[in-house]
Ligand binder design. Structure first.
Ligand SMILES: Nc1ncnc2c1ncn2[C@@H]1O[C@H](COP(=O)(O)OP(=O)(O)OP(=O)(O)O)[C@@H](O)[C@H]1O
Ligand SMILES: [Mg+2]
Length: 469
């Protein structure tokens, strides 16, 4: 069943994690910008205003040596003296109780006592270029009032500058963040779309299709590699499955035809004893067919790798000793000789039943296919690379260009075609070796010799728990 996400009405690009992450990032960056703005704004302007206020307070102290009790006339003299000395940036307005100006360089009725920030439009500035004043108004005894102010235009300019810079920075952060997010989101969306497209084609039946890699080695590429490896395995299994079906049908046809012939003969034969013998023969043929089915199914199961779950530590020395013991007699009965050299304490990880089956297949092959009076050898050894087991015989061997065919399912080479067997022993053994991550190779036991023989070498990876030998 396919599950579809409900269409949310947003364009696909806005639903990508890239855009969402970028939007989140841009929002956090913008928040950071707001905090920086607040700190700079209040920090800079606050301390600047304090400095201005301090100079105003200082100046008031100069003009009013007795504080509010200073007579206005004394204050007026002090103002004139101060203006004569430094006429520029300090502003004074001394007014009588009725508001009439008494002294100063500012024609302005003083506002209520206390601190004020006074603005003036550019055209009607307090002095050329002075549009903001920071002032303190003090009421003198007798009702007169004194205003002292300093130029605060710088504060206003700075204020505007900080605000403008902040707005530009904030806008840029937000829009660059979003643009980057949309860019990344688009790229990610294109990659995801490629994966969906490939997946759809695979689902439609094209098992050879793979997810394209961008070659950047990023997480998408790594994901695609893993999925592609999985698809390789699936394709291999599917092909195997198909091949197994074909092979079964193909290989069961002749035993079934023989079985039919046997039963037909039994039906026609009036002699009950002959009919009984034919039925016994038919049963033997059915057993053979069942054994074939069992072997094919086992091979298919081994190739899925599921048996790996039941691996345990195997005492390989013990396993090989028992096999050699069993097959020594069988070999002798067929006029062969089986000689083994297995050191103590060989250990590997694996499935004992399958390993038994693999070595039995290989020994049986030597007994069956190595001709008469063959010498069969089994040598095992352990080294840092792992455990090596080598099984040799001095029969005709398998020519290098026929080894691939011998390893294929139902691959039986010419001289063996008339002997019993299905051609499943070698592929089964190779599959079991593969399951154990063991290297499985076929070569000549004595290259160049008259009877080069076959050598099957298995190298199991190191990692078993060694047993005291
Ligand atoms: N030791 C050997 N010497 C020479 N030829 C061999 C040897 N082992 C295998 N072969 C060749 O490889 C073929 C495939 O071997 P495999 O074990 O897969 O099948 P089989 O022995 O014929 O049948 P099965 O093992 O299914 O009973 C054999 O039919 C035989 O021709
Ligand atoms: Mg065999």
């Amino acid at each position: 069943m396919t599950r579809r996400w409900p269409a949310s009405g947003q364009p696909a690009i806005l639903r990508t994690s890239g855009v969402r992450l970028a939007a989140l990032g841009a929002a956090v960056a913008a928040m950071g910008a707001v905090i920086v703005f607040v700190v700079i704004y209040y920090g800079t302007l606050g301390s600047l205003r304090q400095t201005l206020d301090a100079s105003v307070t200082n100046e008031i102290g100069e003009i009013l040596p007795q504080g509010p009790a200073t007579p206005p006339a004394v204050a007026a003299i002090a103002i004139r003296a101060a203006l004569a000395q430094r006429p520029s940036r300090i502003f004074y307005a001394l007014a009588g109780p009725n508001g009439a100006p008494l002294a100063g360089n500012l024609r302005l009725p003083p506002p209520a006592p206390g601190w004020h920030t006074l603005d003036a439009p550019e055209a009607d500035a307090f002095a050329p270029g002075v549009t903001e004043l920071r002032v303190l108004v003090v009421r003198l005894r007798g009702g007169a009032s004194l205003l002292v102010g300093v130029d605060g235009t710088m504060i206003r300019r700075l204020n505007d500058l900080i605000r403008r810079s902040f707005l530009i920075g904030f806008g840029l952060t937000l829009s660059l963040g979003l643009a980057a997010g949309i860019g990344f989101g688009r790229k990610a969306l294109a990659r995801v779309n490629a994966v969906s497209l490939a997946s759809r084609e695979i689902m439609a039946g094209d098992l050879s299709r793979r997810i394209p890699l961008a070659g950047t080695g990023d997480e998408f590429d790594r994901l695609a590699e893993t999925v592609n490896a999985m698809l390789d395995r699936m394709q291999h299994l599917m092909e195997n499955l198909g091949a197994v079906g074909n092979d079964i049908a193909h290989d069961l046809r002749s035993p079934l035809a023989r079985l039919r012939e046997t039963l037909e003969l039994a039906l026609r034969d009036p002699d009950p004893a002959a009919a009984g013998a034919a039925i016994a023969e038919a049963i033997a043929q059915v057993d053979g067919a069942l054994a074939l089915c069992g072997a094919i199914l086992r091979l298919a199961q081994i190739e899925t790798g599921a048996r790996r779950a039941s691996f345990s530590d195997i005492d390989l020395t013990d396993l090989l000793d028992r096999l050699v013991e069993t097959y020594e007699t069988v070999a002798e009965e067929a006029d062969h000789r089986l000689a083994a050299h297995v050191p103590r304490g060989l250990a590997i990880r694996g499935d004992a039943q399958l390993l038994n089956q693999m070595f039995a297949n290989l020994i049986e092959n030597a007994i069956t296919h190595a001709g008469s009076a063959a010498r069969i050898g089994l040598v095992a050894r352990a080294d840092p690379a792992g455990v090596t087991v080598r099984l040799t015989d001095d029969g005709p061997g398998i020519a290098p260009d026929r080894r691939g065919a011998a390893l294929r399912r139902f691959g039986r080479l010419d001289p063996a075609r008339h002997r019993p067997g299905y051609g499943l022993g070698l592929p089964l053994s190779a599959a079991i070796a593969d399951l154990h991550d063991a290297r499985f190779t076929l070569d000549a036991a004595a290259p160049g010799a008259d009877r080069p023989g076959l050598a099957v070498t298995l190298v199991f990876p190191a990692g078993g728990v060694p047993r005291p030998g």
